[in-house]
Design a protein around this ligand. Structure first.
Ligand SMILES: [Zn+2]
Length: 353
């Protein structure tokens, strides 16, 4: 067996790239290895903080119902269905080792593509795709739309509508228009391009809002130009009293502000500030979002909401260490109840508010 001293010597000789590889390896072995029990316990704690609740019907009277495959089972006294600590969570019914799930969570923190995740974790590409959306469906449920208040910066981001994945194996799906080729000029729509081209019905409008305590909203609100009714649908009941909206000079905000009695501060084009009000946070958020989305190439619109929530999640935990984020993502995605089923992927539709 080699001595620690000799291993250290070898490591010194290895060079920076090799040392970083070893560091990653050690992190996986030591830190992530301890997560299996921690995650399981934290999920149990979060899910059942007020005692056991049936994940099927919400009833609170449940009793133990033996063990199956080493896992405790419970039975609901109301609906008579059985469940485990992980029923209706991404990992439920998975035959794969929890270590693979931990590694997958880490890959998601790094923003890896479906193929990269598959390679690193050692699962097939379809499984990788399935897991991604299991995680994201659950995170979407966990995070919710959110409530903003105080000084709120608001702006729209546009993504070209994409039907990717809808027609591959389908004999009945007809794409509503000619497909766009990837990488065609203009596919990376910046704000300036948006103005030049005008906003067509082929573009999906995502409304983003950030307040000064860091609460973020990212919701698909419509296709093409946004109307004040779209804003009402999103903000009614989700905006605190006495709030101030900071926006660009889009007219729909004026109508919305008048109807809802919210104070509005519009920053004129070419200007960065109106007194203490600005839209610099939301602008920075949008550039980061666009760049991040670009790395995935074209995302099908039916999955766009999931990607928006993924990004929102990453921004929210921005300042934490990667290992902490890995654990949070696992725990939170397993705390909420969600049922992602492979057979529903084909019939899935874009989630607009
Ligand atoms: Zn029940």
């Amino acid at each position: 067996m080699p001595s620690v001293a000799s291993v250290k010597k070898d490591l010194e000789a290895l060079g920076t790239t090799g040392q970083e590889e070893i560091l990653n390896y050690l992190e996986e072995v030591i830190v992530l290895g301890s997560f299996a029990t921690e995650v399981t316990n934290e999920v149990k704690e979060n899910r059942f903080s007020k005692g056991k609740v049936c994940p099927h019907c919400g009833h609170e009277e449940v009793s133990r119902n033996g063990k199956f495959n080493g896992k405790q089972r419970y039975i609901c006294k109301s609906c008579r269905k059985t469940f485990t600590d992980f029923t209706r969570s991404p990992r439920y019914n998975s035959k794969k080792d929890i270590k693979k799930w931990i590694l997958y969570s880490k890959c998601m923190i790094n923003g890896y593509s479906i193929r990269e995740c598959a390679e690193i974790v050692g699962i097939s590409v379809p499984t990788s795709f399935y897991w991604r959306h299991k995680f994201l469906d659950a995170i979407r449920v966990y995070m919710c739309i959110g409530n903003v208040g105080g000084v709120i910066e608001v702006d729209e981001a546009f993504f070209r509508e994409s039907f990717q994945g809808n027609h591959k194996k389908s004999t009945t799906f007809i794409i509503p228009r000619e497909p766009h080729k990837r990488g065609v000029k203009g596919s990376r729509s910046s704000k300036d391009e948006k103005r030049k081209r005008g906003i067509s019905k082929e573009q999906v409008c995502v409304l983003c809002a950030i307040d000064r305590v860091g609460i973020i909203m990212t919701e698909l609100i419509c296709k093409g130009r946004m109307k004040h009714t779209d804003l009402e649908r999103l903000f009614t009941g989700r905006i605190e009293d006495e709030s101030i909206l900071c926006t660009d000079s889009h007219k729909s905000y004026i109508r919305f502000a008048q109807n809802s009695g919210v104070e509005l501060q519009q920053i004129k084009r070419g200007k960065h500030k109106e007194g203490i009000y600005h839209i610099q946070h939301i602008n920075a958020f949008h550039s980061k979002l666009k760049e991040w989305m670009y790395s995935f190439h074209s995302v099908a619109t039916k999955y766009l909401a999931n990607y928006m929530y993924w990004f929102k999640w990453l921004q929210f935990f921005n300042t934490e260490k990667d290992t902490e984020k890995t654990k949070h993502l696992l725990v939170q995605s397993h705390t909420s109840h969600s049922d992602t089923k492979l057979k529903d992927f084909k019939i899935r539709e874009a989630i607009y508010i």
